[in-house]
Design a protein around this ligand. Sequence first.
Ligand code: LLP
Length: 424
Amino acid sequence: MRPFDYIDGSLSAGQVPLADIAAEVGTPAYVYSADAIEAAYREFETVLAPARICYAMKANGNLAVLRLLAGLGAGADVVSEGELRRALAAGIAPEKIVFSGVGKTDAEIEAALRDGILQINVESVPEVRSLSRIAAGLGRTASVAVRINPDVDAGTLDQISTGRKTDKFGVAWTEAPALFREAAGLPGLSMDGIAVHIGSQLGDLEPYRRAFRRVAELVRTLRADGARIRRLDLGGGFGIRYRDEIPLPLAGYARVVQEEVGGLGCEIVVEPGRRLVGPAGLLLASVVAVKETPARRFVIVDAGMNDLVRPMMYGAWHDILPLDAPPAGADYRPADVVGPVCETTDKFADRRLLPPLEAGDLIAFCEAGAYGAVMSSTYNGRPLVPEVLVRGNGFDVVRARPTFEESLALERLPDWLSGPGGQG
Ligand code: LLP
């Protein structure tokens, strides 16, 4: 099942023509397919059972998306108190939540402990000490996994690789035994697991295998030292197709997990983000103008880098489809697809082959359900864009477009500026 396809020449989500959504909510707008998210979750559940699936909600934290996944049984991987609150608000039980992140504050650790979440993944010696102090102070015992840095290159984009020894993440795998020995003498800690996450958008199983092998070696060493490791959090990273990539084969991944760590008798946790929501979403935009210069054809759209930053931040490719299917034999010519933001880098595509487009035409940026809306900003005074969830033949606005008044509401003028004309 493809989440988005042409029906009678009109790009649709299930049975719903995306043009109908654009007419009702305007553009730009994010559109997600609940059916596609559910199908992606079911695939994980089926292929990786009995692993625990903790959705990496940094990929898409919309409350309705979270509630949908909660209803399917998902837990959550959170990286801030904001995400923790959101996961709980969506109905994800605390005992299904793991807290990752390289820089948790004391306040965040305290919130996680008070809520009684499943596991806190620590990434440094100072963090273990803080966690012990805070947990002991609260009279709680934290279930801890140590995120190791296995020094494995995930073979993905440099900016989203996390498992090389020069990356900021995790405790060097060589130093983990010393950390476990120190932690054994600290109060408030139950040292239950190892976590590892080597990067995002992986297409290849080999880096996973290398990382998991290192985890297995470490578990054996730690157990010989007396540690009681019972849970392995294997992170996320499951690659999808943006252009011509082959999505990471989940069955192959399950085999690698089984072969490398299956014999250790540990509960397995995975933290998929992108794979659950990326292909299930797109960003709708309207063509504002087409400008032909001596050098380029610029298709100027009403979405900008503040709405979807991946192309500008990582050079990432997103397919661009017109909502009206181009006629057979349409004349595809190169175009730079650019936004309205006052930055040269506000460019979604460079010399992309596209059919004729004109002002008022609607287009979609595909595979935008992950790391799209969550990474957006209000740069250039542009309100965050609405989010729409399609299910079956219907759709709902699950985040409204803020009004300009709402955008201003958090700001205050100091007394000395609040008089008429600005100088009190
Ligand atoms: N677990 C941990 C500890 C992570 O850091 C991440 C992603 C995940 C799980 C989920 O990984 P996924 O299954 O989504 O690959 N903004 C970038 C991606 C950053 C990923 C950060 N960590 C992008 O747009 O490509």
